[in-house]
Design a protein around this ligand. Structure first.
Ligand code: PLP
Length: 398
């Protein structure tokens, strides 16, 4: 195939990693745990190779390889490593970069478990790992927190989940590189279609592919994309040796889903702007945040050619009447689905304080802006008038 780098986003999403001029257009699913060696010398040669191809499926699988090449092309990284889930990717990065007694700086409203495994789980406690999770859109505060001598990595989610605060990735990359520590970004909310953190100076990008990369709520998986070969090898070992690999069947679903990522994101984003404007003007909505509003605090980082090429499909709001008001809305929606997860073709709504972020202590949740009335909405590709009608009928009942 022609040089990937010259192709546009949608062409890469369709063709990178697997492009044939004969035979099946889609790669067959390689459901085999192990591979035949031609002879003993061949087996020894494969074991000695860097890519460990054709040995054993935990070390290499062709469907995962296709997906890894696609995502690496979309994020413009040296290489990608697929994982069993988004959390397996987060954990593989923590395990690769943290060591006993090290300190991590992170966004305070990252996906709940990305924070709680550091703060609450016995493993990192036993290691004596300490952390500062803070509002990383405050660059001076990040710089100060990262000065702790044993800081070993900075982990950002931007936009933050679910507060939608946006961190200037290039500025934090400067801080990380002055300190010679890696900057890892959870890019799940944006997908590679809207944001490419490696181009902004980050060292590693991770995605929960369960979300918009897959796009159809039919598979769980994660991916890490490394900027350099050295980081790629470190992270691949962290995943493969500890076993959190992706299955060939899930890789196949993601290989199909990712092909339409650009189209889906355009539609979801257009729908999100309409629904955000509709809710903003509705008299039963108390407050609303959406990166597509001109008064978003980091609006200068959003738009064509900027850090985040578009506002995305996620919005948060509170219904008048607080917690009870928000619950009444959630319980009365009919087309919009009450479920966690995001970025898929179906519009999903959830309540972070009692669901995705329930593991974060209440005091920390409040500090991170996750109020009791906060509702998180992920807009899908449905006909926008149907979504509006559903909100209208449910808000009538509040
Ligand atoms: N990061 C973000 C932003 C998420 O929303 C999620 C899941 O909701 C994860 C990471 C974890 O991904 P997974 O559920 O695939 O393990």
């Amino acid at each position: 195939m022609s040089d990937n780098n010259k192709l546009g986003f949608n062409s890469k999403a369709v063709h990178a990693g697997y492009h044939v001029q004969s035979g099946p257009v889609n790669p067959p699913v390689e459901r085999s745990s192990t591979y035949v060696f031609d002879n003993c010398e061949d087996g020894a040669r494969r074991f000695a190779s860097a890519d460990k191809k054709g040995i054993y499926s935990r070390l290499y699988n062709s469907n995962c390889e296709t997906l890894e090449k696609k995502i690496a092309a979309l994020e413009d990284g040296f290489g990608a490593i697929t994982t069993a889930s988004g959390m397996a990717a987060v954990e593989a990065a923590y395990f690769a970069f943290l060591e006993p007694a090290s300190h991590i700086v992170g966004t305070n409203s990252v996906y709940g478990p990305s924070r709680s495994i550091i703060e609450k789980e016995e493993f990192y406690k036993k290691w004596g790992v300490s952390s500062t999770f803070l509002d990383t859109s405050d660059i001076d505060a990040v710089r100060k927190a990262a000065q702790t001598p044993n800081t070993r990595m900075i982990f950002l989610e931007s936009p933050a989940n679910p507060t939608l605060a946006i961190t200037d990735i290039a500025k934090v990359a400067e801080i990380a590189h002055d300190l010679d520590i890696p900057l890892v970004i959870d890019n799940t909310f944006c997908s590679p279609y809207l944001q490419n953190p490696l181009a902004l100076g980050a060292d590693v990008v991770m995605h929960s592919m369960t979300k918009s990369i897959g796009g159809h709520a039919n598979a769980v998986g994660g991916v890490l994309v490394a900027k350099t070969e050295e980081l790629y090898r470190l992270l691949r070992n962290s995943v493969v040796n500890r076993g959190g690999i992706l299955s060939p069947d899930c890789a196949d679903l993601f290989n199909t889903g990712v092909k339409t990522l650009g189209l889906r994101m355009e539609r979801m984003q257009a729908n999100a702007q309409v629904i955000a404007d509709f809710l903003k003007n509705h008299d039963k909505i108390g407050w609303i945040k959406y990166p597509g509003f001109a008064d978003h605090p980091q609006a200068d980082l959003i738009g064509p050619g900027r850090q985040m090429r578009g506002p995305g499909c996620m919005l948060t709001f509170g219904v008048k009447g607080g917690y009870e008001g928000s619950m009444a809305l959630l319980n009365n929606l009919k087309l919009v689905i009450l479920a966690v997860s995001l970025g898929g073709v179906e519009t999903l709504i959830q309540h972070p304080a009692s669901m995705t972020h329930a593991g974060v202590p209440e005091e920390e949740r409040v500090k991170a802006g996750i109020s009791a009335d906060l509702v998180r909405l992920s807009i899908g590709i449905e006909d926008v008038d149907d979504l509006k009608a559903d909100f209208e009928q449910a808000l009538d009942k509040v």
